[in-house]
Design a binder for this molecule. Structure first.
Ligand code: B1M
Length: 213
């Protein structure tokens, strides 16, 4: 099964094998979103486990991220094509970023791509974004939704700081807040006062569309 092969090749950090099988899978009609979510994202979770167990080190995480990004160059146009088949009836404006202290950008970028593919406008603030920058962007762009991503347990807590800063400026009620990333859960989202949580990029699009409808 091609998805299993892609997963295995990524876990083994075999770039050529990942790229050639991604092309093969697309040629066989497997949706790009399935390749990203079912094969590649799962492989990244396994790589995380190998890191935790001491079998992989930072160098391997960096290599895995680099292979993931290479594969995304092939997959991104297909993801956009797939997403655009069901254009949103209402276009939302979303300010998005990975919170301060956190440089993980793959998941956040995937969320941005899927939102854009569905016809929404995304202002991507990048990674390591401090509360002031989120607040400034909400003031400047007046988005429908503010999306925050965090992969580290330590940085996820910073999302609450951003929400408090928005409250202080009287902006909290003007924007829906959606959070996600491996360090977050639906319960965590409720606790910090966010409006919603999504487990992956496809669900993030659905959630945001339901919040703005
Ligand atoms: Co890091 N890292 N990392 N890392 N890294 C994790 C997150 C970790 C879980 C690995 C592990 O130990 N098992 C662990 C965190 C533990 C914890 O806090 N609980 C960890 C650690 C410890 C670290 C460092 C501290 C290591 C060190 O330096 N000692 C360090 C921190 C750096 C920092 O940020 N300050 C670090 C560094 C790195 C690299 C830079 C080497 C690299 C990132 C490269 C990059 O992003 N450009 C890296 C990587 C690759 C990982 C793992 C292996 C993979 C992350 C990834 O890209 N996944 C990761 C393991 C894991 O996550 N289990 C790990 C694929 C991506 C598609 O999934 O980002 O989860 P994800 O996004 C998904 C969903 O979460 C969701 O949708 C996405 C797509 O479907 N989603 C949203 C994400 N954002 C959303 C926002 C939404 C909605 C949904 O709404 C707004």
């Amino acid at each position: 099964m091609l998805l299993d092969t892609i997963n295995k090749c990524l876990v083994e950090l075999n770039k050529e094998c990942v790229l050639s099988n991604v092309v093969k899978a697309l040629n066989e009609g497997i949706p790009a979103s399935q390749i990203v979510l079912d094969a590649m994202s799962r492989a990244m979770e396994e790589i995380g486990r190998l890191y935790e167990n001491g079998d992989y080190f930072i160098a391997e995480l960096i290599e895995a991220a680099s292979i993931f990004k290479e594969a995304m160059k092939i997959l991104e146009p297909k993801l956009r094509e797939e997403g655009s088949r069901e254009k949103a009836f209402k276009r939302a404006r979303i300010v998005l970023g990975t919170v301060k202290g956190d440089v993980h950008d793959i998941g956040k970028t995937l969320v941005a791509i899927m939102l854009q593919a569905a016809g929404h406008e995304v202002i991507d603030l990048g990674v390591d974004v401090p509360a002031e920058k989120f607040v400034e962007a909400v003031e400047k762009y007046k988005p429908d939704v503010l999306g925050m991503s965090a992969l580290l347990t330590t940085t996820a807590r910073y999302m609450r700081v951003v929400i408090e800063e928005l409250e202080k400026k009287g902006l909290r009620q003007k924007v829906k807040i959606v959070v996600g990333g491996a360090a977050t859960t639906p319960q965590f989202a409720r606790e910090i006062g966010a409006d919603g949580w999504a487990p992956n990029a496809i669900e993030a699009v659905k959630l945001i569309e339901s919040l703005i409808s």
